[in-house]
Design a binder for this molecule. Structure first.
Ligand code: GLA
Length: 455
């Protein structure tokens, strides 16, 4: 009998530390400030995130990158730089929390980084306890080419604190063990600040790892190069932002949000564009075609939205230097030929109902971003909701036919061949063909990934 796998495009539907079920959104010091910040800058940034609407749009993490560290005390405890934090780092963290935001901090897994906030082997547990005690909610670990065995020490140490802390690895590449140990991981080397070609390089690297992403575990395409030095055009900013949303990257602002202008603000808070990034199904969008005839410059990208196979976010993207028509056919995005509605996600306007496909005139470096709602080409048994309740996962869906058995499978390794996953729950579909599967989930370090198998 043929097996149909839920969410076939993704390696897994859930990860069980319960964190980062959607790509994390926030702000990071690095690209704008390097080491040139202090507690006042951070407090003003926390204020700005709240007052200028960015927090309400979803940017909840205020992440302090490198250069906060000034060595260790006699007991080996981490010390924040007193020149930058005259009131102590704790008071800044408390201030950030007081504004309703979460706080992130940078560590290095080896003697690396610009200013070396460095955790030597054997210090992972103490450093994790110290950060958890400060109230850190997100840790960026510069992996410094450390292997799985070293990073697993950090993961276990942070899990053992009992505090929910998102783990974000920072290295220049993806490796298959990373989804087991981290909520996000970088997939490329640092960007050149506001360089279009560098943005394109990261996008291509990210596309190559698309299968690794899913709720709780994301490819990190690095901080947004928007409004840092104002070197790129507004068209490029919108394309960069829209594509980062489509590839389900964490959205971490790199600019000085204290002095953001209204045009930038409108880009960074565009609600329907952010919504594709934050879609609960968490399927990373990918490039589905490029045009050899145009030097490969005209591309179509697609991110399936939700679980029903009918909603697609599509980018019609022109990397070239001349305006050109870019088309998507419904069948390319797994929709049936015939009518489907098209909505512009930037202007938030319905463009109409189109038959079999849609074509837009696309300016150089523009990515037209639309949502297409049609009829799924695949007659889907489908997942309709997925909840992670902290202690258990609940998956509901419909099989399309009644009285059939649906299985929930689990594995600690998302790359494991599917026949080797363990059945952890079964449910007989009811007379409507609906099912509900539940399974207890383990706290870290026993992280699990799930798939649904239909009959
Ligand atoms: C690496 C990372 C950057 C930043 C710096 C800090 O280069 O990729 O994002 O964290 O380290 O030194």
């Amino acid at each position: 009998m043929a097996l149909v796998w839920g969410l076939m495009a993704t390696p897994a539907v859930a990860l069980t530390n319960g964190l980062a079920l959607k790509p994390p959104m926030g702000w990071n010091t690095w690209y704008k400030f390097l080491g040139n910040y202090n507690e006042m800058v951070l407090r003003q940034t926390a204020d700005a995130l709240v007052t200028n609407g960015l927090a309400a749009a979803g940017y909840e993490y205020l992440n302090l990158d490198d250069c906060w560290f000034a060595g260790r005390d006699a007991q080996g405890r981490l010390l924040a730089d007193p020149a930058k934090f005259p009131s102590g780092i704790q008071s800044t963290i408390d201030y950030v929390h007081g504004r309703g935001l979460k706080f992130g901090l940078y560590l290095c897994a080896a003697n690396c980084g610009y200013c070396s906030a460095y955790t030597p082997v054997g210090h992972e547990t103490n450093d994790a306890i110290e950060l958890a005690g400060w109230g850190v909610d997100f840790v960026k670990i510069d992996s410094a080419n450390q292997r799985e065995s070293v990073i697993s020490q950090f993961q276990a140490a942070f899990a053992a604190t009992g505090r929910p802390i998102v783990i974000s690895l920072s290295d220049a590449y993806y490796e298959s063990w990373m989804p087991r140990l981290a909520n996000t991981w970088r997939i490329s080397a640092d960007e050149e600040v506001e360089s279009w070609s560098s943005v394109m390089r990261v996008l291509d690297n990210d596309n190559a790892c698309a299968g690794a992403a899913g709720p709780g575990h994301w490819n990190d395409a690095d901080m947004l190069q928007i409004g840092i030095l104002n070197l790129m055009s507004d068209t490029e900013y919108k394309s960069h932002f829209g594509l980062w949303c489509l590839i389900a990257s964490p959205l971490l602002l790199g600019c000085d949000v204290r002095s953001i202008d209204p045009a930038m603000q409108a880009i960074l808070t565009a609600p329907e564009v952010i919504a594709i990034n934050q879609d609960p199904a968490g399927i990373q969008g990918t490039r589905i075609s490029s045009s050899p005839g145009q030097g490969g410059n005209l591309e179509v990208w697609c991110k399936p939205l939700g679980y029903d196979g009918c909603h697609k976010a599509v980018a019609l993207f022109n990397r070239g230097t001349n305006t050109a028509n870019v088309s998507v056919n419904w069948t390319n995005v797994l929709l049936r030929p015939g009518p489907a509605s098209v909505r512009d996600l930037w202007t938030r306007t319905d463009l109409g109902v189109f038959t079999n496909g849609y074509t837009a005139s696309v300016a150089p470096h523009q990515a037209v971003l639309v949502e297409i709602v049609g009829t799924s080409l695949i007659s889907v048994p489908r997942i309709t909701s997925l909840e992670n309740l902290g202690t258990k996962i609940v998956v509901r869906g419909t099989n399309g036919s009644t009285n059939a058995q649906v299985n929930l499978l689990s594995s600690s390794d998302p790359q494991k061949p599917l026949p080797l996953w363990t059945i952890v729950a079964t449910n007989q579909c009811d007379r409507n063909g609906s099912f509900c599967l539940t399974n207890r989930i383990e706290p870290q370090p026993q992280r699990s990934f799930f798939r649904v198998r239909f009959p």
